[in-house]
Design a protein. Structure first.
Lengths: 114, 111
C-alpha cells in the first residue's frame, strides 16, 4: 500500500513559470487536501476536495488552482510562480472518523521559486 | 493571526522521563483537536485526538489534556523514548473540514 504519493519531490522554478504538483492516493478516500508549510508557520490549507469533481478554497488559495478529475488524484497548479510560493507542499487524503477526518499525508514537495 | 500556537519551538528530554508539549488556541468554537508527529523528509502522521467535550484522552504512552477555559492543549509522553524524537504539531478544527495547525515543537529525546 503506497498511501499518498506526491510527484515531484523537489522542484526549482523561475518566477513566472507554471507547474502542476500531482497527488495520488490508493486508499479510496473521498477527501483530499493541499497544504503548504513555511518556516514559523503551521501547515496552512490551500484547497481541498470532498469528492471527485469537487474543490473548495482553504485558508490560502490565492495563486493556486486545483482539479479532482479522478477520485484518486488531486492536482495543484501554479499558473505563474512567485518567490512567495517557495514552500514545502503536502498533500493529504482524509478518512472519516467519528465527527472528524483523519489526514494521511504524503512525503511533501519542496518547491523553490527563484 | 494564528489561531493555534505552539510557543516552544524545541524541547529536549532525557529518555524515560516525561515530555510535555503545549498548544494554545484562540477560537472557542474549535470542536476537535489533534496531534500529529513528523519525522524529517516524511509527511505528518496522526498521533492522538480529543473532542472538546472531553478533557483527557489516553493512548498507550501518549495522553492529551484539554483545558477549555484556558484554551490550552497539552500532549504528555511517558516514558519518552529516542524514537519519539520528531516535530509535533497540534491542530484544531471548527465544524467543517479545515484544521488549523500550530507551528510545531521539535522534541529531542536524549538516550
Amino acid at each position: 500500500n503506497a498511501g499518498v504519493t506526491q510527484t515531484p519531490k523537489f522542484r526549482v522554478l523561475k518566477t513566472g513559470q507554471s507547474m502542476t504538483l500531482l497527488c495520488a492516493q490508493d486508499m479510496n478516500h473521498e477527501y483530499m487536501y493541499w497544504y503548504r508549510q513555511d518556516p514559523g508557520m503551521g501547515l496552512r490549507l490551500i484547497h481541498y476536495s470532498v469528492g471527485e469533481g469537487t474543490t473548495a478554497k482553504g485558508e490560502v488559495p490565492d495563486g493556486y488552482n486545483v482539479s479532482r478529475l479522478k477520485k484518486q488524484n488531486f492536482l495543484l497548479g501554479l499558473e505563474s510562480a512567485a518567490p512567495s510560493q517557495t514552500s514545502v507542499y503536502f498533500c493529504a487524503s482524509g478518512r472519516p472518523r467519528r465527527g472528524w477526518t483523519e489526514a494521511f499525508f504524503g512525503q511533501g514537495t519542496r518547491l523553490t521559486v527563484v | 493571526d494564528q489561531q493555534v500556537k505552539q510557543n516552544s519551538p524545541s524541547l529536549s528530554v532525557q529518555e524515560g522521563r516525561i515530555s510535555i508539549l503545549n498548544c494554545d488556541y484562540t477560537n472557542s468554537m474549535f470542536d476537535y483537536f489533534l496531534w500529529y508527529k513528523k519525522y524529517p523528509a516524511e509527511g505528518p502522521t496522526f498521533l492522538i485526538s480529543i473532542s472538546s467535550i472531553k478533557d483527557k484522552n489516553e493512548d498507550g504512552r501518549f495522553t492529551v489534556f484539554l483545558n477549555k477555559s484556558a484554551k490550552h492543549l497539552s500532549l504528555h509522553i511517558v516514558p519518552s523514548q529516542p524514537g519519539d524524537s520528531a516535530v509535533y504539531f497540534c491542530a484544531a478544527r471548527e465544524t467543517g473540514n479545515q484544521f488549523y495547525f500550530g507551528t510545531g515543537t521539535s522534541l529531542t529525546v536524549i538516550p
